[in-house]
Design a protein around this ligand. Sequence first.
Ligand SMILES: Nc1ncnc2c1ncn2[C@@H]1O[C@H](COP(=O)(O)OP(=O)(O)O)[C@@H](O)[C@H]1O
Ligand SMILES: [Mg+2]
Length: 233
Amino acid sequence: MKDKIEVKNISKVFSNQEYVLKGISLNIVKKTFNVLLGQSGSGKSTLLNIMSGLLNPTSGGTFIDGKNINTLSEKKLADIRRNRISNIYQDYMLLSELTVQENIELGKGKDNLELNDVTKSLGITKLLNKYPSQLSGGQRQRVAIARAIIKKPEVLFCDEATGALDEENSQQVVKLLHDIKEVYGITIVFATHNLKISMTADRVVTIKDGIIAQDIINKAPLSPFEINWGIQV
Ligand SMILES: Nc1ncnc2c1ncn2[C@@H]1O[C@H](COP(=O)(O)OP(=O)(O)O)[C@@H](O)[C@H]1O
Ligand SMILES: [Mg+2]
C-alpha cells in the first residue's frame, strides 16, 4: 500500500445541474486525521462517496495503490470496500433486529481485529448483547465505529459523524477517532461543517464552490476536550 490515497482531478455533475465538484485533487497521507470542511451543500458527501467508491465521478478518479477505484469492476471494488475502506454516517445505520455484537461482526473482512480489543477501545464491551434501540446516540455511534474498524481498514470515511450528537458525545466520538488513528493506524477523513472538529485535525481541506478553497496542515491540533464546544464559531 502506498502511503497516500490520491484524488485526481475529480469533477461531478448530477443530471442537468451545475457542477458540484470542479476538479478536486488531493493526496491523503496515511495515518493522519483529515477534515473536509464546507458549508451544507458544498459537496462534501459527494466527494466522500466518490473517494470511498460509492459514487462515480463525472471525470477524474480516486487512486488506491495506484488503482482507480472509480473504474474498477464491481467485484474488485466490493473486495476493496469489504477489506480496506469503511464509512460511518450521522445516522448510525445499525440493524435494529441484530444485537450489538452481531452488528459489529457484520463489518468483518478477511483479516480482523479481535472483537474484545475493539469493544474495549470504544468502551462498549458491556453492550454486546443489547439491541440498538436500547442504546444512546453516543453508544450507537461507538458501535458503528466498532463495526467499521473491526476489519482493520486503511481508511475510515466519516460523514458528519457527530451531526446527531450533543456536545459531550461529539467530543468523545472525535477523541475516539483520534485514538483509533493512533492505536490502529487507520486514516481518518471526516467531512463536517463544524469548525471545532477541524481544530483537532492534522489537516483541514476547505471545499467551496466546487473547488479546494484552502488546504492547511495544522501544526498544533487541539484535543477535542480543549475546545469549548458551547461557543458557536
Ligand atoms: N444524487 C444527487 N442528485 C442530484 N443532486 C445531488 C445529489 N447528491 C447531491 N446533490 C447536490 O449536490 C450538492 C452537494 O451536495 P452534498 O455533497 O450532499 O453536500 P454536503 O455534503 O457538503 O452538504 C447539493 O446541491 C446537492 O443538492
Ligand atoms: Mg453531506
